[in-house]
Design a binder for this molecule. Structure first.
Ligand SMILES: Nc1ncnc2c1ncn2[C@@H]1O[C@H](COP(=O)(O)OP(=O)(O)OP(=O)(O)O)[C@@H](O)[C@H]1O
Ligand SMILES: [Mg+2]
Length: 253
């Protein structure tokens, strides 16, 4: 398999708990890969290790052949590894369009924003604004451009968070943690259709944690299943969903 991103034998403990207990995952280039597993199986922890939010106790993370295990999140971002969060991280004081625009060059450290209270339009290049408008149109939140995150529904916040992960010009791999949580089924299907379109048009690779298997499985190319900090199955979505260990892990959980 041509894997653009790999976790190799990753272990991550929290005290006595082995949240990741020797996890190896290969994310195929230019495809949409689904990561499933019961609550607490280690999915978000793996996303955190891949994006650099957490350092593993042992094991390696490889992006496009380069060992990035020791790199900070912003250094991974520069190399095209982008993530969003299970709980959207938006700037409460900025408009939807500004939140989108800011994501083009990554989330700067909090310190950068301390004390900045003015509107920031003049700091954006025209191209950034144009790009942000294009993407909020694409994700169907253009009409909300001058709202603040607090005025959005949960689903709209998710769409904004997704917009943000598509803003960087050099995005190669996008990690998404539950992009459709709290979103109605129609919109959830729409989100996955958009993700497919981006895969096809920009060749971006996606690794997506999703609990809504009924919706997600129709859109993904490959799947991994975790249970108790281990990978228990991988393959086509059908193979993984029908795997006895996967069924057992959901029944047991
Ligand atoms: N920072 C932390 N400190 C201590 N324990 C943690 C921490 N983060 C995660 N855990 C524990 O690690 C295990 C895996 O958690 P994780 O969030 O990765 O699960 P998940 O598969 O994403 O679950 P969910 O589907 O509910 O989002 C859980 O038992 C969780 O309680
Ligand atoms: Mg999680």
């Amino acid at each position: 398999m041509d894997a653009i991103l790999k976790a190799e034998n990753v272990v991550k403990t929290f005290g006595a708990l082995r949240a990741l207990d020797g996890v190896t995952v290969e994310v195929p280039r230019g495809k949409i890969t689904l990561l499933i597993g019961p609550n607490g199986s280690g999915k978000t922890t793996l996303m955190n290790v891949l994006s650099g939010v957490l350092k593993p106790d042992s094991g390696r993370v490889i992006l496009d052949g380069e060992d990035i295990t020791e790199l900070e999140p912003h250094e991974r971002f520069k190399r095209g590894l982008v993530r969003n969060f299970q709980i959207p991280r938006l700037f409460a004081g900025l408009l939807v369009l500004e939140n989108a625009a800011f994501a083009r060059h990554g989330n700067p450290g909090e310190g950068v924003f301390t004390g900045i209270m003015k509107r920031l339009w003049r700091d954006f290049e025209e191209e950034t604004v144009r790009r942000a408008v294009r993407l909020i149109t694409f994700t169907r939140i253009r009409h909300l451009w001058d709202k603040k995150p607090g005025e959005l529904s949960g689903g709209q916040m998710k769409l904004l968070e997704i917009t943000r992960s598509l803003m960087p010009d050099n995005a190669k791999v996008v990690l998404m943690d539950e992009p459709t949580a709290g979103v109605n089924p129609t919109l959830a299907h729409e989100i996955f259709r958009r993700i497919q379109q981006i895969r096809d048009e920009r060749g971006i690779t996606f690794l997506i944690v999703e609990h809504r298997l009924d919706i997600a499985t129709g859109y993904v190319d490959y799947a991994y299943a975790m249970a108790y900090g281990k990978v228990v199955a991988h393959g086509t979505p059908e193979e993984v969903l029908n795997h006895p260990k996967v069924i057992e892990s959901y029944l047991g959980g």
